[in-house]
Design a protein around this ligand. Structure first.
Ligand code: ATP
Ligand code: MG
Length: 692
């Protein structure tokens, strides 16, 4: 390809793509083509400027976004030239970085990545409490400190409330425990690389030499740690493009700070600021409503947004009797609309504030036979059976991973009881060994009776054998022995554990069946990953750990199904027709555990800050819609076996809709479920295009 096709870009977008004289910040509202600027710029760098793809790093917010971006680039750049291009999340880049720099970070290459359940378990052990609220508070506090690059010493100094002082104490020993396990948590995946680059000249130079151009999407949701890492990575060169929208900052609760946007303009004196004003995603009705809502927030950067996609249909706001009626109505509307518009299921999305709201939609959709996929919900990787199997894999990859050892050795039960584990734990601590290593010690026989020792040793030998098979040939490349493939090993592990039988022995038949299906799905997925990406068993394990709470599957083929998603997880995406449910006070804006809106005696300013973040969330939700938006709210909701009266969200009022016209009643109101189904069937028997 000679030169570059810049046709699909407007003037300002083109300016952003072509700008290479220094750091560049694109600040613009939703749907204005920020992400498109990033993709096109990567293509421009490679195709026209002759950049080697290996020197380009693009950072996205989710693995899914990374994948989509890679797909787009495939259509713009010759495959061969794409080799070595890194498009990933901060966390994935962190894994890659830590694997290469493990020695400098005091880690072995096969370090474990603990998920938030594991880390909660560690906190629990230290606090010796079962108070979930307190545990989460401490875990959250530690996480925020890490994201702010605050280490235990400083945390102890700045801690004020008794809770914070508690957390600061735990923080230190928590870190020490991770170290002993040769493990890192999610926050460490960004924190350690950032600090390593700040403190280690050799590492810093290596990476600064390597990263020739950096691009960051969704910049408004970066935290202090990520800011610092970007700064380190771009180093003296200062060649980067960041794109973001302050109005879409919705992760303050995870330590993200909008100040990063303002800070950029201060830290980089020659920063080029480019604004985009045309929205290419949404019709005017949708865009106007979004603009109206967000105009109630303080406006930091003075943005405008217009669209020429036409007026569009009016937004619908519908009140429902309760959440069951809401779910049914949404299901029926989608069925009817799909039929009338001759659309596909995947053109529809149902968005909500909290994960728990998905359950009733799921149940209803199953009844109505509406196919759906769900994202941002309880992760597949959080299911007990999946975590059981993964514990084995983690232990095989990293024998210092004590939490994995305990889970694997006790699931299924193999005659290793709590007393044995306690004795083993004490012995290991004395000898400064991992639990796994301790099992091989002769001396252990003095502490643990033969009958209990036997199953421990059998277990450890099994792990050892798999480890050996996974890595043999590596130590001696002259030997023509190759390591066993991940596929083969997975089969053997599953057979050895005899997990299926365990499930049927401990669960009701139906539960066992579902769980076994999940295990098969996991193993199938792992095998596919292994062969597609050429990963060995060890690499697979680290890869899995990265599938975060934000995303459940990365299926290749997008199935034809309605998308159920939290608003948070829908960031950056777009759908032709959007239904936002539960648009009520208390849900959106979400009412925190202990704040009452309108109670002026509370800390008014903090509350206002929270409402503003909720308003941005509303803005994100509205701007996902391309052609049509429906909002529903319930007049009553069942909570803790009581009907609670609800009110429509203040954000509905802020949308500035023509009064009355869009405030519809549910036409299916008052019908029994049976009548509704009859109506639905009638509808489905009509031909597309006929009125319902
Ligand atoms: P968000 O803030 O939600 O992340 P964004 O600013 O990243 O949005 P994109 O997702 O890049 O916006 O673009 C929104 C839609 O507009 C996409 O479908 C994209 O393909 C399309 N688009 C962007 N720029 C143009 C253009 N110049 N011409 C035509 N379509 C465009
Ligand atoms: Mg985007």
């Amino acid at each position: 390809m000679s030169g570059m096709n810049l046709d699909g870009l407007n003037e300002s977008q083109r300016e952003a793509v072509l700008y290479l004289d220094g750091p560049c910040l694109v600040l613009a509202g939703a749907g204005s083509g920020k992400t498109r600027v990033i993709t096109q710029k990567i293509a421009y760098l490679i195709n026209t400027c002759g950049y080697d793809a290996r020197g380009i790093v693009a950072l996205t917010f989710t693995n899914k976004a990374a994948k989509e971006m890679a797909e787009r680039i495939k259509s713009l750049v010759d495959r061969k030239l794409m080799k070595g291009l890194i498009i990933s999340t901060f966390h994935s880049l962190g894994v890659r970085f830590l694997r290469e720099e493990a020695a400098h970070a005091g880690l072995k290459e096969q370090f474990s990545i603990l998920d938030s359940n594991d880390s909660l378990g560690i906190v629990q052990e230290m606090l010796a409490t079962t108070d979930k609220g307190r545990l989460r508070m401490v875990q959250q506090k530690i996480s925020l400190w890490k994201n702010d690059l605050i280490m235990p010493d400083e945390a102890e100094r700045i801690a004020e409330t008794p809770d914070e002082i508690d957390a600061a104490h735990v923080y230190r020993s928590y870190n020490a425990t991770l170290k002993a396990y040769q493990a890192v948590d999610f926050d460490d995946l960004v924190r350690i690389p950032a600090q390593l680059m700040m403190n280690n000249a050799e590492v810093r130079e290596r990476w600064q030499k390597r990263v020739k151009y950096l691009l960051v999407d969704e910049y408004q949701d970066t935290n202090v740690c990520q800011y610092e890492w970007v700064k380190q990575l771009t180093g003296f060169r200062n060649m980067f493009t960041a794109v973001g929208d302050d109005d879409q900052a919705i992760y303050a609760w995870r330590g993200a700070t909008i100040e990063n946007l303002a800070k950029l303009t201060k830290d980089y004196k020659n920063l080029k600021l480019i604004k985009l004003e045309q929205n290419y995603r949404s019709v005017e009705t949708v865009l106007n409503a979004a603009n109206q809502v967000i105009s109630k927030n303080p406006n930091l950067f003075g943005k405008k947004l217009w669209s020429n996609l036409g007026r569009g249909e009016p937004i619908q706001v519908i009140s429902m009797d309760n959440e069951i009626a809401e779910a049914e109505s949404v299901g029926m509307r989608i069925s009817a609309s799909r039929f009338e518009r001759n659309a596909q299921w995947k053109d529809y999305a149902v968005l909500y504030r909290g994960n728990h709201q998905a359950r009733i939609i799921e149940q209803t959709f199953r009844q109505l036979r509406i196919p759906y996929t769900i994202s941002g919900g309880q992760s597949f990787f959080d299911k007990a059976e999946v975590r059981d199997i993964l514990a084995y894999l983690r232990l095989i990859a990293n024998e210092d991973d004590d939490p994995a050892f305990i889970r694997a050795v006790t699931t299924p039960r193999r005659g290793v009881g709590q007393a044995t584990l306690t004795a083993l734990g004490e012995f290991a601590a004395e000898k400064k060994l991992s639990l796994y290593e301790a099992v091989f010690e002769e001396e252990l026989a003095e502490r643990i009776a033969q009958r209990q020792l036997e199953p421990l040793r059998v277990f450890a030998k099994f792990i050892q054998t798999i480890q050996w098979r996974a890595s043999k040939g590596k130590a001696d490349p002259s030997q023509a022995i190759h390591p066993a493939s991940a596929e083969e090993l997975l089969d053997d592990i599953l057979k050895y554990i005899n997990y299926e039988r365990y499930l049927y022995e401990t669960q009701e038949e139906r539960a066992a069946e579902t769980r076994w299906q999940n295990v098969l799905e996991l193993v199938g997925w792992l095998k596919r990953k292994a062969s597609e990406d050429g990963l060995n068993l060890m690499q697979l394990v680290q890869h899995v750990a990265l599938i975060t709470m934000l995303e459940r599957s990365e299926d290749d083929e997008e199935p034809d199904a309605v998308k159920l998603s939290t608003i948070h997880a829908s960031k950056g995406l777009e759908y032709p027709y959007v239904h936002m449910i539960g648009v009520e006070e208390g849900f959106l804006p979400h009412r925190g555990k202990d704040d009452e809106y309108g109670d002026a005696s509370k800390d008014g300013e903090a509350l206002e800050v929270r409402i503003q973040e909720e308003r941005r969330l509303m803005y994100v939700g509205i701007t996902r819609a391309q052609f049509h938006l429906t909002l529903t709210w319930c007049k009553k909701r069942r909570r803790a076996r009581e009907d609670v009266i609800c009110e429509p969200s203040r954000f509905i009022g802020e949308m500035g809709l023509e009064s009355g016209r869009q405030q519809l009643q549910d036409p299916y109101q008052g019908m029994s479920p049976k009548e509704r189904l009859v109506r639905l069937k009638e509808m489905l028997q009509k031909k597309p295009g006929e009125p319902a």
